[in-house]
Design a protein around this ligand. Structure first.
Ligand code: ZN
Length: 164
């Protein structure tokens, strides 16, 4: 695998990761359901830990390491159980696990930086931050930032002014 996952995936830090293989075992009935949509075979899996917690979580990811499904996000597992669960979906995946060597300290630092970055890129008009509800994007110049919501609102205001 060329690219390991980023240290943090959805606020969890990655302990081990694996490429899945062709032997996908989930039958249609047992397919994972995410918001009514069924998740099929995924290309990657990651076992993660939350900073400050002892539990492990199994994340189903695509090739870009975007999380497609977080298995048992709420029912935490032991490392062995996470691997057993993965193995029950993809026979043979057990041989593919690679350790990241990311430490909790590194993860904390990464999260702190990420937070600072988000704080720096607050929308200068409404104060929204990236990842806030309904905020898809915050665009920044050297001197100011604006969110997608405000762009749409201001656009509408301009249009209203033009036609009335
Ligand atoms: Zn805004």
């Amino acid at each position: 695998m060329k690219k390991p996952p980023l240290i943090i995936l959805e606020s969890h830090y990655v302990v081990e990761y694996a490429k899945t293989n062709k032997r996908y075992r989930l039958s249609k009935k047992r397919k994972l359901n995410v918001n009514g949509k069924y998740v099929g075979k995924v290309a990657r899996m990651a076992i993660c830990k939350k900073v400050g917690k002892e539990d492990f979580f199994l994340l189903h990811c695509n090739k870009k390491w975007e999380v497609v499904y977080a298995f048992d996000y709420f029912d935490a597992l032991s490392l062995i159980d996470a691997k057993l669960l993965a193995e029950s979906h993809y026979t043979g995946v057990d041989k593919n696990w690679i350790k990241t060597n990311y430490t909790e300290k590194q993860a904390k630092k990464y999260l702190r930086k990420q937070k600072e970055e988000v704080e720096k890129t607050k929308c200068g008009f409404c104060g929204s931050k990236q990842f806030d509800d309904g905020i898809m994007q915050v665009i920044c110049s050297d001197t100011a930032c604006i969110c997608n919501k405000c762009i749409i609102d201001f656009n509408q205001m301009l249009k209203d002014e033009t036609y009335t």
